[in-house]
Every structure is written in C-alpha cells, then in structure tokens.
Design a binder for this molecule. Sequence first.
Ligand code: UDP
Length: 321
Amino acid sequence: MTLTAGRCLVTGGAGFIGSHVAKRLFEAGCDVTVLDTNAGGGGAVEGVRYVKGNATNAELVDRLVAEHDAVFHLAAMLGVKTTMDAPAEMIENNVQGTVNVLRSALKFRRKVVFASSSEVYGKGRPPFSEDDDLLYGPTKRLRWSYATAKLLEEFLCLGYGRKGLPVTVVRYFNVYGPGQKDGPYGGVIPKFIRAALAGDDITVYGDGTQTRCFTYVEDAAEATIRALRPEADNEIVNIGTEHEIPIMEVARLVKSISKSVSKIVRVPYASVYPHGFEEIPRRLPTTDKMKSLLGYRPKVDLGIGLGLTLQWYQGNRKQGG
Ligand code: UDP
C-alpha cells in the first residue's frame, strides 16, 4: 500500500504487535522511531530507531511526536493477569500515556492510530460490532479495569477527534504469532505451544467450550498500518477474523501440529484466579468496517499461523517472560 506518512512513531514498538507494525512500516519505506520501556531489550528491527522511555513522560512524547508525521500508540500494560494483579498501575500508566500522545498529536496535527482491544466489548452479545452497546461485570471484578481503561482512552481519542485530531481506534481480537510473550502474562497460544514443546500439561481453563477468533500478528500489523487512511479518521475498527474456535480445539490443534506428548487437562478458573474471574464465553467480531474502511481481509488462517508460530518458538525456546 502507499503510505501517506513518511515518519512514524510507534509507542510500544518493542512489544509484540508493535514490533511487527514497526517492521512493516520500515519495510514500506518509512522512517520509524520506537518509543518503548523495553527498547534495546532485543528483537530490534535493523534500521528502526529505538528510544527507551515511557509514554507517560509527557516531555519525551511531545518531542518525539513533533518529529513524526503519524503516531501508532500501542504502548500499554496489558494481559488479564497483569490487570488482576496491578489494576491501579495499569490504569494510571495506560491512561496517562494516551493523554500525552493525544495532547501532543493535537498540538502538532499528527494522525494517531490507537490500539484498543476486543476486551471493551465485555460481556456483550456476539458478534461484536463497533457500534454495539457494551456490558461489563461489577466493579469489584478487577478483570474489567483493563477494558474500562481502554474504553476511557477510546473516548479520549474521539474527544480529541472532536477537537480536530485525525485519530483511528483499532480493536484487536486475540492476536497471536511470533514474538508473543509466553510467560504467565502472555496469551493462550504461546502458553499452549510452550507447554506442548516442553511435554508439560496443556491447561484448558473451565470446560474449554469458550471461543475466540485468533488473528495472526502480520495481518493485525497490516490492518493497523492501513488505519492511517483518511477514510478511517475518527472511526473505530475491529481487527480480527470471523473464524471462531473453542479453546479446547486450539489445545488439540497445538498438540497435533507440534506432535507433542503433552496431556490436555481442564483446570477450574478458581485455581488460576483465586480472587474471582469472569470468562467471556464467545468473542467474535464483525469485520465489515475493516474490509470497507481499511480495505483489508486477514490472509493467514489459524492452521498456517499456528505452524509459523510454533516454528518461531522452536527457534526461540529461551524467549518469553
Ligand atoms: N486459556 C486457557 N488456558 C490458558 C490460558 C488461557 O484455557 O493457559 C483460555 C482463557 O480462559 C480464554 C482463552 O484461553 O478463554 C484466551 O485467553 P487469553 O488470555 O489468551 O486472552 P483473552 O481472550 O481471555 O483476553
């Protein structure tokens, strides 16, 4: 695609999705700067400039935004477990970073693409469409604090849009692929792959009938970059696929493609989340806006994507965190 922005700032560009966005932008001919608390921590893309720092640093953000034409704001504390363990830190960090990016972008009139999450749909009724009503659980269930913070940040984006800032919110649906963290704070696919490779039990929470629609990270990165299009200004766009799969089925697929001897075991939620948890039984997007506004359809199906991800973990056994 033709990019309208020559110089791009990617906050969180050393992270999982951000590093793929940074790489793709660089390959498309952009000058790319990454702002990340983990900058320099390995996995760097050659040709990309890395600045170590937090988006919560307003002065730093202001200086960097001034030097670029567009900002991809992906920096955030994330993960269900992080959210349950440190909700206050997560909310302060994420909201402050987004406020800083939006303020600077408005000042210098730069386009912003903001990374939100399908978590904002909460317990709504699938398929999840961008204009749907949203429904969360009670406040004491800290699980919802991440979604609430992301939603507040979405409203901030739209509010800045009202002031004249060109901004697009993208809502990711279960992105997976090479580079995803495989520690306790990571997503289900790296956890299953790591267990399968080690011959450990593959732990399915609950009965495994809960479903997700997994999006390969290269597809997510390409769709994110396309959000620069002016047609997507002041819009919210789901990024995902409509291929819905039960988690038990994912466990079987991982076991089969890795030819693992691991056992698949069901574990109760209470043993993982002693302070209470609410599962989202089905998470399924509508993707009409992604297709019409971003002109994008994901290309990598789950079988292929899992194979590529598996290969990556086989070559990077020591990575993760
Ligand atoms: N899950 C699982 N075993 C694990 C980790 C996760 O069965 O070791 C389930 C989890 O309960 C959820 C799904 O896999 O139903 C996706 O979890 P993840 O944390 O990747 O993302 P979520 O969609 O919940 O944000």
